[in-house]
Design a protein around this ligand. Structure first.
Ligand code: UDP
Length: 327
Protein backbone atom coordinates (compact mmCIF):
# COMPACT_ATOMS: atom_id res chain seq x y z
CA UNK A 1 0.00 0.00 0.00
CA UNK A 2 1.17 3.51 -0.82
CA UNK A 3 0.54 6.15 1.87
CA UNK A 4 -0.27 9.52 0.31
CA UNK A 5 0.22 12.30 2.85
CA UNK A 6 -1.67 15.37 1.66
CA UNK A 7 -3.57 13.23 -0.83
CA UNK A 8 -6.74 15.37 -0.55
CA UNK A 9 -4.94 18.39 -2.01
CA UNK A 10 -4.50 19.46 -5.61
CA UNK A 11 -1.51 17.42 -6.78
CA UNK A 12 -1.90 14.62 -4.21
CA UNK A 13 -5.49 13.87 -5.21
CA UNK A 14 -4.58 13.60 -8.90
CA UNK A 15 -1.73 11.25 -7.98
CA UNK A 16 -3.98 9.11 -5.78
CA UNK A 17 -6.43 8.77 -8.65
CA UNK A 18 -3.71 7.77 -11.13
CA UNK A 19 -2.08 5.29 -8.73
CA UNK A 20 -5.45 3.60 -8.25
CA UNK A 21 -6.01 3.43 -12.01
CA UNK A 22 -2.60 1.73 -12.24
CA UNK A 23 -3.67 -0.92 -9.72
CA UNK A 24 -1.89 0.35 -6.58
CA UNK A 25 -3.54 0.14 -3.18
CA UNK A 26 -3.46 3.57 -1.56
CA UNK A 27 -4.38 5.30 1.67
CA UNK A 28 -4.63 9.08 1.97
CA UNK A 29 -3.58 10.82 5.20
CA UNK A 30 -4.69 14.45 5.22
CA UNK A 31 -5.68 16.99 7.88
CA UNK A 32 -8.15 18.67 5.47
CA UNK A 33 -6.79 22.13 6.33
CA UNK A 34 -6.34 22.84 2.62
CA UNK A 35 -7.46 19.47 1.25
CA UNK A 36 -10.97 18.35 0.31
CA UNK A 37 -12.43 14.98 1.35
CA UNK A 38 -14.35 14.65 -1.92
CA UNK A 39 -11.07 14.89 -3.90
CA UNK A 40 -10.03 11.47 -2.57
CA UNK A 41 -11.23 9.20 -5.38
CA UNK A 42 -10.82 5.75 -3.90
CA UNK A 43 -8.44 4.09 -1.48
CA UNK A 44 -8.46 4.49 2.26
CA UNK A 45 -8.81 7.84 3.97
CA UNK A 46 -7.45 8.83 7.36
CA UNK A 47 -8.09 12.34 8.64
CA UNK A 48 -4.96 13.08 10.61
CA UNK A 49 -2.21 15.58 11.21
CA UNK A 50 1.53 14.99 11.08
CA UNK A 51 1.90 17.07 14.24
CA UNK A 52 0.20 14.21 16.12
CA UNK A 53 2.89 11.53 16.35
CA UNK A 54 0.59 8.92 17.89
CA UNK A 55 -1.89 9.33 15.05
CA UNK A 56 0.90 8.91 12.49
CA UNK A 57 2.17 5.81 14.31
CA UNK A 58 -1.34 4.32 14.39
CA UNK A 59 -1.64 4.89 10.67
CA UNK A 60 1.60 2.97 10.04
CA UNK A 61 0.70 0.26 12.56
CA UNK A 62 -2.70 -0.32 10.95
CA UNK A 63 -1.71 -0.42 7.26
CA UNK A 64 0.79 -2.46 5.21
CA UNK A 65 2.64 0.62 3.95
CA UNK A 66 5.47 -0.03 1.46
CA UNK A 67 6.19 3.53 0.39
CA UNK A 68 5.12 7.10 1.14
CA UNK A 69 4.36 10.08 -1.08
CA UNK A 70 4.50 13.33 0.82
CA UNK A 71 2.48 16.27 -0.54
CA UNK A 72 1.44 17.66 2.85
CA UNK A 73 2.77 21.21 3.07
CA UNK A 74 1.70 24.83 3.18
CA UNK A 75 2.52 26.48 -0.13
CA UNK A 76 1.71 30.20 -0.03
CA UNK A 77 5.01 31.99 -0.62
CA UNK A 78 3.79 35.39 0.67
CA UNK A 79 2.32 33.85 3.81
CA UNK A 80 5.62 32.06 4.46
CA UNK A 81 7.40 35.42 4.48
CA UNK A 82 4.86 36.90 6.90
CA UNK A 83 4.66 33.85 9.15
CA UNK A 84 7.79 31.67 8.76
CA UNK A 85 7.15 29.86 12.06
CA UNK A 86 4.01 28.31 10.59
CA UNK A 87 5.99 27.05 7.58
CA UNK A 88 8.97 25.66 9.48
CA UNK A 89 6.66 23.93 11.97
CA UNK A 90 4.40 22.37 9.36
CA UNK A 91 6.69 21.79 6.40
CA UNK A 92 9.88 20.88 8.28
CA UNK A 93 9.17 19.76 11.86
CA UNK A 94 6.05 17.76 10.97
CA UNK A 95 7.88 16.09 8.09
CA UNK A 96 10.48 14.91 10.60
CA UNK A 97 7.71 13.13 12.48
CA UNK A 98 6.76 11.39 9.24
CA UNK A 99 10.37 10.40 8.51
CA UNK A 100 10.95 9.13 12.04
CA UNK A 101 7.79 7.03 11.86
CA UNK A 102 8.83 5.61 8.48
CA UNK A 103 12.15 4.72 10.06
CA UNK A 104 10.44 3.11 13.05
CA UNK A 105 8.24 0.95 10.80
CA UNK A 106 11.00 0.10 8.31
CA UNK A 107 9.47 1.99 5.37
CA UNK A 108 12.37 2.91 3.08
CA UNK A 109 10.87 4.67 0.04
CA UNK A 110 9.61 8.26 -0.15
CA UNK A 111 8.56 10.51 -3.03
CA UNK A 112 8.76 14.11 -1.83
CA UNK A 113 7.02 17.19 -3.27
CA UNK A 114 9.76 19.75 -3.70
CA UNK A 115 9.64 22.94 -5.73
CA UNK A 116 11.53 25.12 -8.18
CA UNK A 117 11.39 27.65 -5.30
CA UNK A 118 14.60 25.96 -4.05
CA UNK A 119 16.55 27.79 -6.80
CA UNK A 120 15.69 31.45 -6.20
CA UNK A 121 16.56 33.92 -8.97
CA UNK A 122 17.45 32.06 -12.15
CA UNK A 123 20.97 32.79 -13.33
CA UNK A 124 20.47 30.83 -16.55
CA UNK A 125 17.39 29.53 -18.36
CA UNK A 126 16.36 26.73 -18.59
CA UNK A 127 17.13 25.82 -14.98
CA UNK A 128 19.04 22.60 -14.49
CA UNK A 129 19.43 20.78 -11.18
CA UNK A 130 23.03 22.11 -11.01
CA UNK A 131 21.77 25.67 -10.60
CA UNK A 132 22.73 27.19 -7.21
CA UNK A 133 20.16 26.65 -4.45
CA UNK A 134 19.29 30.04 -2.98
CA UNK A 135 15.59 30.05 -2.08
CA UNK A 136 14.03 33.49 -1.64
CA UNK A 137 11.32 32.60 0.88
CA UNK A 138 10.79 30.47 3.99
CA UNK A 139 8.57 28.29 1.79
CA UNK A 140 11.46 27.58 -0.61
CA UNK A 141 13.85 27.12 2.29
CA UNK A 142 11.51 24.64 3.97
CA UNK A 143 11.58 22.51 0.79
CA UNK A 144 15.37 22.71 0.52
CA UNK A 145 15.79 21.79 4.20
CA UNK A 146 13.80 18.61 3.67
CA UNK A 147 15.82 17.72 0.57
CA UNK A 148 18.99 18.06 2.68
CA UNK A 149 17.50 16.05 5.55
CA UNK A 150 16.58 13.34 3.05
CA UNK A 151 20.17 13.16 1.77
CA UNK A 152 21.31 12.63 5.40
CA UNK A 153 18.62 9.99 5.98
CA UNK A 154 19.87 8.12 2.93
CA UNK A 155 23.52 8.23 4.11
CA UNK A 156 22.75 7.26 7.70
CA UNK A 157 19.70 5.00 7.46
CA UNK A 158 19.48 3.94 3.82
CA UNK A 159 16.12 5.65 3.33
CA UNK A 160 15.66 6.19 -0.43
CA UNK A 161 13.81 9.22 -1.68
CA UNK A 162 13.04 11.10 -4.86
CA UNK A 163 12.49 14.85 -4.53
CA UNK A 164 10.44 16.24 -7.39
CA UNK A 165 10.94 19.95 -8.00
CA UNK A 166 7.67 21.09 -9.53
CA UNK A 167 7.48 24.18 -11.67
CA UNK A 168 3.95 25.70 -12.00
CA UNK A 169 1.34 22.97 -11.50
CA UNK A 170 -1.78 23.71 -13.55
CA UNK A 171 -4.78 22.13 -15.28
CA UNK A 172 -7.21 19.51 -13.99
CA UNK A 173 -8.17 15.87 -14.32
CA UNK A 174 -9.45 15.10 -17.85
CA UNK A 175 -12.47 13.29 -16.38
CA UNK A 176 -13.50 16.54 -14.65
CA UNK A 177 -13.66 14.87 -11.23
CA UNK A 178 -10.95 16.82 -9.47
CA UNK A 179 -9.05 20.07 -10.00
CA UNK A 180 -7.62 23.11 -8.29
CA UNK A 181 -9.53 24.55 -5.31
CA UNK A 182 -7.38 26.90 -3.28
CA UNK A 183 -8.79 29.23 -0.65
CA UNK A 184 -7.63 31.90 -1.13
CA UNK A 185 -6.81 31.48 -4.82
CA UNK A 186 -3.57 33.24 -5.78
CA UNK A 187 -2.56 31.39 -8.95
CA UNK A 188 -2.68 32.95 -12.37
CA UNK A 189 -4.64 30.41 -14.42
CA UNK A 190 -7.57 29.96 -11.99
CA UNK A 191 -7.76 33.73 -11.52
CA UNK A 192 -7.81 34.35 -15.30
CA UNK A 193 -10.53 31.72 -15.69
CA UNK A 194 -12.55 33.25 -12.85
CA UNK A 195 -12.34 36.58 -14.70
CA UNK A 196 -13.63 34.84 -17.85
CA UNK A 197 -16.47 33.36 -15.79
CA UNK A 198 -17.37 36.88 -14.54
CA UNK A 199 -16.42 35.87 -11.01
CA UNK A 200 -13.83 38.66 -10.89
CA UNK A 201 -13.97 42.10 -12.42
CA UNK A 202 -10.59 41.75 -14.11
CA UNK A 203 -7.35 39.86 -14.19
CA UNK A 204 -4.67 41.77 -12.32
CA UNK A 205 -1.31 41.58 -14.11
CA UNK A 206 1.50 41.95 -11.58
CA UNK A 207 4.33 43.73 -13.35
CA UNK A 208 4.51 44.74 -17.01
CA UNK A 209 8.08 45.99 -17.06
CA UNK A 210 10.02 42.77 -16.68
CA UNK A 211 12.90 42.04 -19.09
CA UNK A 212 10.77 39.63 -21.14
CA UNK A 213 9.39 40.06 -24.70
CA UNK A 214 5.98 41.38 -23.54
CA UNK A 215 7.13 42.73 -20.17
CA UNK A 216 5.24 40.15 -18.06
CA UNK A 217 6.61 37.21 -16.08
CA UNK A 218 7.29 33.90 -17.78
CA UNK A 219 6.57 30.59 -16.04
CA UNK A 220 6.70 26.92 -16.98
CA UNK A 221 3.18 25.52 -16.50
CA UNK A 222 3.05 21.75 -16.12
CA UNK A 223 -0.17 19.73 -16.25
CA UNK A 224 -1.09 18.20 -12.88
CA UNK A 225 -1.67 14.80 -14.52
CA UNK A 226 1.87 14.92 -15.93
CA UNK A 227 3.05 15.55 -12.36
CA UNK A 228 0.99 12.58 -11.16
CA UNK A 229 2.60 10.41 -13.89
CA UNK A 230 6.04 11.49 -12.66
CA UNK A 231 5.16 10.33 -9.12
CA UNK A 232 4.24 6.85 -10.40
CA UNK A 233 7.53 6.71 -12.30
CA UNK A 234 9.48 7.96 -9.26
CA UNK A 235 8.00 5.15 -7.18
CA UNK A 236 8.98 2.59 -9.84
CA UNK A 237 12.46 4.15 -9.99
CA UNK A 238 12.97 3.77 -6.22
CA UNK A 239 11.87 0.13 -6.37
CA UNK A 240 13.94 -0.65 -9.47
CA UNK A 241 17.21 1.08 -8.61
CA UNK A 242 17.22 1.55 -4.84
CA UNK A 243 18.78 4.98 -5.47
CA UNK A 244 17.80 8.41 -4.18
CA UNK A 245 17.61 11.48 -6.38
CA UNK A 246 16.01 14.80 -7.21
CA UNK A 247 14.84 16.30 -10.47
CA UNK A 248 12.87 19.11 -12.09
CA UNK A 249 9.37 18.59 -13.41
CA UNK A 250 8.44 21.13 -16.05
CA UNK A 251 7.89 21.32 -19.79
CA UNK A 252 10.93 23.32 -20.87
CA UNK A 253 8.57 25.92 -22.38
CA UNK A 254 7.59 29.22 -20.82
CA UNK A 255 4.39 31.25 -21.15
CA UNK A 256 4.00 34.89 -20.11
CA UNK A 257 1.14 36.27 -18.03
CA UNK A 258 -0.21 38.08 -21.11
CA UNK A 259 0.02 34.91 -23.22
CA UNK A 260 -1.95 32.99 -20.59
CA UNK A 261 -4.63 35.71 -20.52
CA UNK A 262 -4.91 35.57 -24.32
CA UNK A 263 -5.16 31.77 -24.34
CA UNK A 264 -7.85 31.81 -21.65
CA UNK A 265 -9.83 34.33 -23.73
CA UNK A 266 -9.46 32.16 -26.86
CA UNK A 267 -10.37 28.86 -25.22
CA UNK A 268 -13.25 30.20 -23.14
CA UNK A 269 -14.58 32.46 -25.90
CA UNK A 270 -15.04 35.10 -23.15
CA UNK A 271 -13.37 38.47 -23.06
CA UNK A 272 -12.39 40.07 -19.75
CA UNK A 273 -10.41 43.17 -18.81
CA UNK A 274 -6.85 43.10 -17.50
CA UNK A 275 -5.59 45.62 -14.95
CA UNK A 276 -1.92 46.42 -14.60
CA UNK A 277 -0.47 46.44 -11.09
CA UNK A 278 2.84 46.52 -9.26
CA UNK A 279 5.04 43.41 -9.46
CA UNK A 280 4.63 40.96 -6.59
CA UNK A 281 7.68 41.22 -4.32
CA UNK A 282 10.22 38.47 -4.99
CA UNK A 283 8.71 37.32 -8.32
CA UNK A 284 11.60 36.35 -10.63
CA UNK A 285 11.05 37.37 -14.29
CA UNK A 286 11.54 33.92 -15.86
CA UNK A 287 11.42 30.36 -14.53
CA UNK A 288 11.63 27.54 -17.06
CA UNK A 289 12.74 23.97 -16.34
CA UNK A 290 15.28 21.80 -18.01
CA UNK A 291 13.59 18.42 -17.50
CA UNK A 292 16.22 16.18 -19.10
CA UNK A 293 17.24 14.68 -15.75
CA UNK A 294 13.67 13.48 -15.09
CA UNK A 295 13.64 12.04 -18.59
CA UNK A 296 16.92 10.19 -17.99
CA UNK A 297 16.21 8.96 -14.46
CA UNK A 298 12.50 8.29 -14.58
CA UNK A 299 11.76 7.88 -18.29
CA UNK A 300 9.23 10.70 -17.86
CA UNK A 301 8.31 13.51 -20.20
CA UNK A 302 5.43 15.99 -20.19
CA UNK A 303 2.65 14.86 -22.53
CA UNK A 304 0.10 17.67 -22.17
CA UNK A 305 0.46 21.13 -23.71
CA UNK A 306 -0.74 24.59 -22.67
CA UNK A 307 -3.99 24.15 -24.63
CA UNK A 308 -4.85 21.03 -22.64
CA UNK A 309 -3.94 22.77 -19.40
CA UNK A 310 -6.35 25.65 -20.08
CA UNK A 311 -9.09 23.40 -21.51
CA UNK A 312 -9.14 21.07 -18.50
CA UNK A 313 -8.88 23.98 -16.06
CA UNK A 314 -11.71 25.79 -17.84
CA UNK A 315 -13.94 22.69 -17.64
CA UNK A 316 -13.12 22.26 -13.94
CA UNK A 317 -13.67 25.88 -12.88
CA UNK A 318 -16.93 26.10 -14.87
CA UNK A 319 -18.13 23.11 -12.84
CA UNK A 320 -16.88 24.75 -9.64
CA UNK A 321 -18.89 27.87 -10.41
CA UNK A 322 -22.06 25.79 -10.85
CA UNK A 323 -21.33 23.94 -7.60
CA UNK A 324 -20.78 27.14 -5.63
CA UNK A 325 -23.89 28.75 -7.08
CA UNK A 326 -25.93 25.80 -5.86
CA UNK A 327 -24.59 25.96 -2.29
N1 UDP B 1 0.25 36.66 -11.59
C1 UDP B 1 -0.41 37.78 -12.05
N2 UDP B 1 -1.67 38.04 -11.57
C2 UDP B 1 -2.30 37.24 -10.69
C3 UDP B 1 -1.62 36.07 -10.23
C4 UDP B 1 -0.35 35.81 -10.71
O1 UDP B 1 0.11 38.56 -12.85
O2 UDP B 1 -3.43 37.53 -10.30
C5 UDP B 1 1.58 36.35 -12.12
C6 UDP B 1 2.62 36.22 -11.03
O3 UDP B 1 3.20 37.47 -10.76
C7 UDP B 1 3.61 35.24 -11.67
C8 UDP B 1 2.73 34.38 -12.59
O4 UDP B 1 1.52 35.11 -12.76
O5 UDP B 1 4.52 35.93 -12.47
C9 UDP B 1 2.42 33.02 -11.99
O6 UDP B 1 1.93 33.22 -10.69
P1 UDP B 1 1.34 32.03 -9.82
O7 UDP B 1 0.92 32.61 -8.51
O8 UDP B 1 0.32 31.30 -10.61
O9 UDP B 1 2.58 31.05 -9.62
P2 UDP B 1 4.05 31.31 -9.01
O10 UDP B 1 4.97 31.34 -10.20
O11 UDP B 1 4.03 32.57 -8.23
O12 UDP B 1 4.26 30.11 -8.16
Amino acid sequence: MILIVGGAGYIGSHTNKLLRERGYRTAVFDNLVHGHREFVKGGGFIQGDLSDREQVRLCFAGNPIEAVMHFGAFAYVGESVADPAKYYRNNVANTLTLLETMQEFGVKHLVFSSSCAVYGHAEAIPLTEEHPLRPLSPYGRSKLMIEEILADYDRAYGMKSMSLRYFNAAGADAGGEIGERHLPETHLIPLAIQAALDRRRSLVIHGTDYPTPDGTCIRDYIHVTDLAEAHCKALEYLKRTGQSGFCNLGTGKGASVKEIATLVREISGKDFPSAEAEPRPGDPPVLVADYRKAQELLGWRPERDMGEIILTAWAWHSKERDREENI
